[in-house]
Design a protein around this ligand. Structure first.
Ligand SMILES: [Zn+2]
Length: 72
């Protein structure tokens, strides 16, 4: 994602401003990092340049989707 995207991004929960902490950048684009909300303290990951702004409940539900083979 580009840095100027920060101008239009807001926390999906409280509409608060998000703070960018980039861990990997290339040519002015953030490839990996974290967006954190100063208001409700929620954090949103940026993976491969895509900010994941799903509400945390939905994100955790997706993370919990079984993708590994069932344990016998
Ligand atoms: Zn928030």
């Amino acid at each position: 994602m580009r840095h100027d995207l920060m101008d239009i991004l807001a926390c999906p929960i409280c509409k608060g401003a998000l703070k960018l902490a980039a861990t990997r950048e290339d040519g002015g684009e953030v490839l990996d990092g974290t967006l954190s909300c100063a208001t409700c303290a929620e954090e949103y990951p940026i993976v491969d340049g895509i900010p994941n702004l799903l509400p945390p409940d939905l994100r955790r539900a997706m993370d919990a989707t079984p993708s590994a083979p069932s344990i016998h």
